[in-house]
Design a protein around this ligand. Structure first.
Ligand code: C5P
Length: 221
């Protein structure tokens, strides 16, 4: 049968990564975290002294780092110029700078190219998570899901992931700022595709969300 392409978009803290990895594992598909790619190029810019608020400077350097993401749901990870960047890309510095870097059209053009190549190379198909997968990267996806959750639930989840290093209130403020920037940018903003199915995860367990997505794939494949 044809490769299955599952696009999972939505704001931060809605459970995209956990859901996408689990769906890929259950269905024997590859998995790609596109947010990790934007974080990786942001980490490289910061490490190399590029002023991330200067879009022209960011655009100028966009082609330099080699960014390679694993597509194995059992072993996700990302390297930048051969160095494992999986830890550093989750730092608060990267999180605070990533929306500015990912708004630069040249950065998006390069990432979209890498993402489409990964999808085309996946033998059985792939689950791709991000902000613009259903609208821009893979508009012909088999299934498009748009995950949402209340601001409180999203902040509580993210704060838990950070191991309590940041208060829930601070986490919530930072999430809301980042989502506003991601939704408001000109080039492929965070948006629900017209044909995406919205799933509100506020009151659902991970297991329930995964079941729902697997069911949607079964209906369409
Ligand atoms: O998913 P995650 O929170 O790790 O994404 C980090 C950032 O990367 C987002 O806030 C957004 O600025 C950017 N991003 C994007 N398009 C995607 C995935 C992530 O612009 N497809």
């Amino acid at each position: 049968s044809n490769p299955v392409i599952v696009a999972i978009d939505g704001p931060s803290g809605t459970g995209k990564s956990s859901t996408s990895r689990a769906v890929a594992t259950r269905l024997g598909l590859s998995y790609l975290d596109t947010g990790a790619q934007y974080r990786a190029i942001t980490w490289w810019m910061l490490s190399n002294g590029v002023d991330v608020t200067d879009a022209a400077a960011v655009a100028d350097q966009t082609g330099k780092p080699a960014i390679v993401a694993s597509t194995d749901p059992a072993a996700p990870g990302i390297t930048v110029d051969g160095v494992d960047a999986s830890g550093p890309i989750r730092s608060q510095e990267v999180t605070a700078a990533v929306s500015a870097v990912s708004a630069v059209p040249e950065v998006r053009a390069r990432m979209v190219e890498i993402q489409r190549a990964a999808a085309a190379a996946a033998p059985a198909g792939i689950v791709v998570e991000g902000r613009d997968i259903g609208t821009t990267v893979l508009p012909d996806a088999t299934v498009k899901v748009f995950l949402t959750a209340s601001a409180e639930a999203r902040a509580a989840r993210r704060s838990g992931e950070l191991g309590g290093t940041q208060s829930v209130a601070d986490t919530q403020a930072a999430l809301i700022r980042r989502d506003a920037a991601d939704s408001g940018r000109k080039t492929s903003p965070l948006a629900k595709a017209d044909d995406a199915i919205e799933v509100d995860t506020t009151e659902l367990t991970l297991e329930q969300v995964v079941d729902r997505v697997v069911e949607l794939v079964a209906q369409r494949r």
